[in-house]
Write a protein that binds this ligand. Sequence first.
Ligand code: C2E
Ligand code: MG
Ligand code: MG
Ligand code: MG
Length: 294
Amino acid sequence: HADAAMNHAKESGRNNVQFFEPGMTLAAAKCSRLENRLRAAIESDGLSLFYQPKVSVFSGDIVGVEALLRWYDEELGNVPPDEIIPIAEDTGLILPIGEWVLRTACRQSQAWQAQGYPLLMMAVNLSAIQLNNKNFVQVVKRVLEETQFPPEYLELELTESAIMQNPDRASMILRRLRELGIALSIDDFGTGYSNLAQLKRFPIDRLKIDRSFTSGVMTDVQDAAIFRAVVAMAHSLNLEIVAEGVETLEQLAFVRDLKGQQYQGYLCSKALSPEDFQVFLDSRVRTEVEPSQT
Ligand code: C2E
Ligand code: MG
Ligand code: MG
Ligand code: MG
C-alpha cells in the first residue's frame, strides 16, 4: 500500500493533492499524505533535531540534553513528533528515522565538544519497533563506531509500554545495551501499566516522571502523592529521578525537597535548535561567571 501511494503521488505530480482515492476515509487520506511527505523529508534532509537541556536539581548545572525530532514541511507546516512517530511506526519508516536520530544526536554532541563545550550526556528516544528490531544492537554499535561517540555518554529513553510489549526480549536487549555502557531510562513513567516491581528485572538507570504528574504537584493532591511515592520507590531501588515538564519554581522546589536528581522543563528551557542551544550554553556560562567577578 505504501508503494502504491508513492506511485500514485508521483503520477499525479508534485503539489497536487491527489491522495484521496475512492473508498478512502478522510483520516486515511491524511495519513497517506503525511506518509508521502515524510518519505520525501527523509530523502531531502527535511527532518531536524532540537535539544532540551537536562538540569541537575541541586546545582542547576546542565548535565545532559535530550534530542527531540522536528519536522517542518512546506505544505503541512510544523508536524509535531506525536504525529510523526505513529505514522513512522505504522509504515516502518521509524527504523531509518530512528537510526538517523541516533547518528545526528551523536554527531551534534561531538560537534559541540569540538567547539570547546563540555561533553554532555545525549539522550535519544526509542520506539518499541526499534527495540524489537533484530538488528537494533548492531545499529547502535555501528553508529557509535562511525561517530566515535563514547557509549557512556549515550542515554536511551524507552516507555514502559515499549518494554512491556515483549518483556523477555526487551530485558535481553537492554542488558546488551547496558553492557556497552549505554544508560537507560524509562520515559513518561506513571502513564503506563507497569509498576516498579516489574521494572526491577530491567537494567534501568533513571525514571523520568511524566509531565502530567509534575504539572499537578502543587494543585492536585493525588498527583503530588503519586509523585512522592514514585520518588520514594525509585530511591530505594537506586534509580535516579528525572522530573519532566518542570515549569515553575514551586514545582522545582517540590522535586528538590524529595531529592529528585534531575529535571527538564520550560523553567530552564524548551527544546532548542543546535544554534540556539549553543547560545543558551554561552549565556549560562556568562551568568555563572558574573557573580564571582563582581
Ligand atoms: P518525551 O520524550 O516525553 O519528550 C518530552 C516532551 O515534552 C517534548 O515534546 C518536550 O518538548 C515537551 N516538554 C518538555 N518540557 C516541557 C514543559 O515544561 N512543558 C511542556 N508543556 N512541554 C514540555 P515533543 O518534542 O513534542 O515530543 C513529544 C514526544 O514525541 C516525546 O515525548 C517522545 O515520546 C516523542 N519523540 C520525540 N522525538 C522522538 C524521536 O526522535 N524518536 C521517538 N521514537 N520518539 C520521539
Ligand atoms: Mg523522552
Ligand atoms: Mg517523556
Ligand atoms: Mg512524552
